[in-house]
Each structure stands twice: as structure tokens, then as C-alpha cells.
Design a protein around this ligand. Structure first.
Ligand code: LMR
Length: 393
């Protein structure tokens, strides 16, 4: 039986991670996988996470099962962090295995509710979005998103394509810090998208994996809150991997807003059922770290201040890189790097140019020219700037 299996297409981000590990060159720079690194190149455990883990270790008396939907503490704390004003009568939620688990469960839920749906997803998007949908056999189409000339959002193209979504379809949107481009909608543009969804009855699925990495914890949730307050049905897949730095703990959440309490209860039952069918109980340790931090004023303040440091470090690197490139190119054509938000920017380079940067300078970016700003430090920025110019980007 097993010999019937066919080779699966490798994930290009994870493949690059392995290639980087195997590279023996001194001074190599990893701008591939979306993991934050401090100026020393370390992905630190955040102070508040360490403190919360200690508290959990001291207080925990059992490892017995929690609930299929996760703990109420985690779900409530996350709902407050993401939505602020929580419409409790409309909200269903389950803890998931990371943000990826939340995306998968959201798509499963949507298909249970509407077997004929099409998912509308940005071009480009996080490659695993497409891979999951292909694996599930879920029909999807891509809407225009990135303008390779301006390196900003092709909003007219996006609107023209989203207009094709019909009632009961899913429109997958990045809540902030678009992955892989770093180009984001303005609040006015979000309002236009909301009005279109209101008209068509297509349902937004918001992927919120980088809250706190762009303009701030609240600012990055602003669009999600606007959507939640405006539309009758909304799906939100949030991740704690990046903003709490707990990548390997796999802490995510799927939240759905339903039209009324009856539909909310139905959604809650179906989401809990989906957890049971997929992995039964969701992981608890990371979720417990998150609720311990968010429910304690001192830990929360410390976490938020460290998150702000992380965000400002990335903004500083963006400014430095844009400025180096302004000097080297004698033009402002790389200023978009300072305008983009989040971990990533898409340079708009060809695969050959990306390969040249890797071959000549041991700098690893994803083949579509996505670079992880957080993989840089003040010393590697000039090296990257020089490599970009030398590759003719
Ligand atoms: C990324 O886009 O690099 C991250 O979300 C990590 C991943 O799982 O791909």
C-alpha cells in the first residue's frame, strides 16, 4: 500500500530553511522563514513567556484533558485581544493547532456550511494557503493584489476580482502585515472591501498571524474589528506564534461571528466537532501561556513592551535598508520597503536575481523575492543592499 504513495511537492519556505542550514559559508543570512530574530540572530523566548511558564509549572497540578474547544480563559483573552469589544452573543471560538490549524478548520467549517463554495485568495499569498486548499480539493481563485511596479496594492484589480465572489463564497484576507508582500490596505480600502462583501454576501476569512508586528497591537487589529462590526458573518484565524514568539507550541484560534445566537451555537458545535475529528483536544501549553500573560496586568504590560521593541526593531531595519538602497541606487525606487509593514517585503525581483543574491552573497530569500526583515541586523543590511544592487534588482 505505502509504495503507492507519490512524492509530495515540498513547501518552498521549509525547503529553503533546510538549504540554509546546509550552507557552510561564513556570514550567511537567512531571510526565508518568517521567524523573528534579534540583532544577535537568536529567536528569543519572550520575558513574559518565561515568567508565565514558571507560574504554570508551579501551579499546575494535572495534565488531564481540558475542553475540545480549549480553555475559556484562552478563548476569552484572545477574543478581547483581537476584537476588543467582543460581541459575545455572536461569537463562537475554538483553540486550534497554530494559525495553520485555524485556517484549516475555517475552510472545513465553510465547506460544511456550503459545499459549493469557492475561496477567493490574494495573488500572491502565503503558499500554504494554496497548498491546503489543493489538498482539500477546495475550489479557489486568486484575486489581484500586488502591483509589481509600485510594490503596493493593486486595489482596482483586487476590487474587480473580489466583485466576482458570490453569496456563500469565502474571501480570504490578511488582517495585517500581508504575507508575502508587506503591502497592506488602508482603512478606507478596507471599508470599500467590506461594502462589497456586504453587497455580495461573500464571507470574509481573516488570517491574522502578525498582530503587533506592523503598526501596533491595536492598530493591526483595526481592520479585523471593522469587518467584525460591519458584517453578519466573519471567520477569523489568529496565531500566537509570532507575537508571543511561541512558534513551536502551536497556539492558534478560530473565531467565527454568526448572524444570531442560534447560528452562533450551531457554529460552536460544528467547530468543536471539527476539533474532535482532526486532533481531539487542542494543545494547551502555549494557550495557557497566552492567557496567563493576557490576564495579568504586569505580565501583559511587559509582553506588550517587548513586542513593541520587536516591532520597532523591524521598522528601524526597514528604514535603514531603504536608506542604504536610496544611496546605492541614487533613486527612491526602494522606498516601498519603509512603507511596507510586518515581517515581509516583496522586492519584485526575478527568481534569477534571487538566486544570484543567494549564490554570490549567501543571502537567502524566498524565490518570489519575499524577504524576512526580521532576519536582518544593522550589519547585514548594507551587505543585502549591495547584493540587491549587484544582482540588478
Ligand atoms: C512563513 O510564512 O514563513 C511562516 O508563516 C512560516 C511558515 O509556516 O511558512
Amino acid at each position: 500500500m505505502l509504495s503507492n504513495l507519490k512524492p509530495q511537492a515540498p513547501d518552498k519556505i521549509l525547503m529553503l530553511m533546510e538549504e540554509f542550514k546546509a550552507d557552510t559559508r561564513q556570514g550567511k543570512v537567512d531571510l526565508g522563514v518568517g521567524v523573528y530574530k534579534d540583532p544577535q540572530g537568536v529567536t528569543p523566548v519572550m520575558r513574559a513567556v518565561k515568567a508565565a511558564e514558571q507560574r504554570i509549572w508551579e501551579a499546575q497540578t494535572t495534565k488531564a484533558y481540558t475542553g475540545l474547544a480549549g480553555t475559556p480563559e484562552y478563548r476569552n483573552a484572545m477574543a478581547r485581544m483581537v476584537l476588543k469589544d467582543v460581541p459575545a452573543d455572536r461569537l463562537a471560538s475554538v483553540a486550534t493547532v497554530g494559525g495553520t490549524g485555524a485556517i484549516r478548520q475555517a475552510l472545513e467549517l465553510a465547506r460544511m456550511a456550503n459545499p459549493d463554495l469557492t475561496v477567493h485568495v490574494s495573488d500572491p499569498t502565503w503558499p500554504n494557503h494554496l497548498s491546503i486548499m489543493k489538498f482539500m480539493g477546495l475550489p479557489f481563485v486568486q484575486y489581484r493584489y500586488f502591483d509589481n511596479d509600485t510594490r503596493g496594492v493593486d486595489f482596482e484589480g483586487m476590487k474587480a476580482d473580489i466583485a466576482k465572489a458570490t453569496k456563500g463564497d469565502i474571501v480570504l484576507l490578511h488582517g495585517c502585515c500581508h504575507n508575502p508582500t508587506g503591502a497592506n490596505l488602508t482603512t478606507d480600502q478596507w471599508r470599500e472591501v467590506i461594502a462589497m462583501l456586504e453587497k455580495s454576501g461573500a464571507v470574509p476569512l481573516i488570517d491574522l498571524a502578525y498582530q503587533g508586528f506592523g503598526d501596533g497591537l491595536d492598530a493591526d487589529a483595526e481592520a479585523t474589528r471593522l469587518v467584525a462590526a460591519s458584517l453578519p458573518e466573519v471567520l477569523i484565524a489568529a496565531s500566537c506564534s509570532k507575537n508571543f514568539g511561541i512558534y513551536r507550541e502551536r497556539s492558534g484560534i478560530l473565531m467565527t461571528l454568526a448572524e444570531n445566537t442560534g447560528a452562533r451555537d450551531m457554529a460552536q458545535g460544528s467547530m468543536t466537532f471539527l476539533n474532535r475529528q482532526t486532533y481531539s483536544f487542542p494543545p494547551d501549553h502555549g494557550a495557557r501561556i497566552v492567557s496567563t500573560i493576557l490576564d495579568d496586568d504586569a505580565l501583559r504590560a511587559d509582553w506588550q513592551s517587548e513586542l513593541e521593541d520587536v516591532r520597532n526593531t523591524m521598522l528601524g531595519l526597514r528604514d535603514q535598508l531603504a536608506s542604504e538602497l536610496r544611496d546605492l541606487s541614487g533613486s527612491d525606487r526602494f522606498d516601498f520597503i519603509a512603507r511596507h509593514r510586518g515581517m515581509f517585503s516583496r522586492l519584485g525581483a526575478t527568481p534569477e536575481q534571487v538566486q544570484k543574491v543567494k549564490d554570490d552573497s549567501a543571502i537567502y530569500m524566498v524565490g518570489d523575492s519575499r524577504l524576512n526583515i526580521a532576519g536582518l541586523n544593522r550589519d547585514s543590511v548594507p551587505v543585502l543592499a549591495r547584493a540587491i544592487i549587484d544582482a540588478g534588482i
